[in-house]
Write a protein that binds this ligand. Sequence first.
Ligand SMILES: [Ca+2]
Length: 109
Amino acid sequence: MSSRYPVGPTETERCIESLLAVFQRYAGKDGSNCTLSKQEFKSFMNTELASFTKNQKDPGVIDRMMKKLDMNSDGQLDFSEFLNLIGGLAVACHCQAMSSPTDGSHKRL
Ligand SMILES: [Ca+2]
């Protein structure tokens, strides 16, 4: 009975909490921590996903990503819109890991 629910948050719960904390940290820079402005989104991308942004030769890529993610075109990314980015990146990582099973960076036997 005691082992059915682990003590403390599970790995998945910690991931969700981390995503929420990161979103709120960047979204809160201009006062409203419910949405990311374009400036906050850029700050997030250049800090948290620098390995992605620093390899981009196109300077407009973040603007285009913002536009694509902003489903209701209000110039802000809410948490749900932000999760589409995280989900998309996670899928891309998953596909990459599946297509190169000998790459030891994601898979350890
Ligand atoms: Ca929006």
